[in-house]
Design a protein. Structure first.
Length: 223
């Protein structure tokens, strides 16, 4: 057994439902993830995710972006709160604000985000509809390190789901979210285990099991 590494100190940023926050809370409670959520910050005072955090006994803070004259000022306040809480890794979990260099420089390659598509396909918003309208046979989700471009940082983990002909946006979103809840805690655990090494725009993973070399998904399945 390798020497025990310390739990990673997380700051989770939300704007809405917080189902990914919940998945992380559950993974910690079940011992699948060695982490401590030091602080949950919402930019929206009524975000339902705040309740989840409070029910789990976590410290919460509302920093309403509407109270700030610029993105930089808002980010300065965020950074200050995260640094005060000794946060090591920032987790964006449905946080609907773009980050400025103030945050990116405060936490270089230490901010993770999750996106409900297989990047680099379909960055931005309304991506389930985009995948359906494009006729993609697969979509999925991507956990990545946040850098300057939108949904453009080094990829850590991806999960793939099929897109079916009768799918509504909501159907596809649900199918993708189930996988988000698996791969976000997984990506954070890889970080905590110090298995992620960034090389340019690639993330290399220590002890990556590549034995399933013939793994392939085909949709529709061949007859
Ligand atoms: C997720 O679909 C995630 O991919 C996107 O925002 C959504 C957040 O959902 N970035 P929740 O608030 O975690 O339920």
């Amino acid at each position: 057994m390798a020497t025990q590494l310390p739990p990673v100190r997380l700051g989770v940023l939300i704007s809405g439902t917080g189902s990914n926050l919940q998945a992380i809370i559950d993974a910690i409670a079940q011992g699948r993830l060695q982490a401590e959520i030091r602080l949950v910050i919402s930019n929206r005072p009524l975000a339902p995710g705040l309740r989840r955090a409070q029910e789990a006994g976590l410290r919460t803070l509302v920093i309403d972006h509407r109270g700030f004259a610029s993105r930089q000022e808002f980010d300065r306040r965020l950074r200050e709160a995260l640094e005060e809480a000794a946060v090591e890794l920032v987790i964006l979990a449905g946080f609907m604000r773009l980050l400025s260099p103030v945050m990116l420089e405060g936490f270089p390659d230490r901010i993770m985000n999750i996106h409900p598509a297989l990047l680099p396909a379909f960055p931005g918003l309304n991506v389930q509809r985009a995948a359906i309208e494009h006729g993609a046979r697969f979509s999925g989700c991507t956990v990545f390190f946040v850098r300057e471009g939108i949904d453009d940082g080094p990829i850590i983990v991806q999960a793939v789901v099929p897109v079916y002909p009768d799918d509504s946006e909501a159907d596809l979103a649900r199918r993708i979210q189930l996988q988000e809840h698996r791969i976000y805690p997984q990506a954070i655990a890889l970080y905590q285990q110090r298995r992620l090494h960034i090389s340019g725009r690639r993330v290399l993973i220590k002890d990556w099991d590549t034995s399933n070399a013939s793994a392939a998904l085909i949709n529709p399945e061949p007859d």
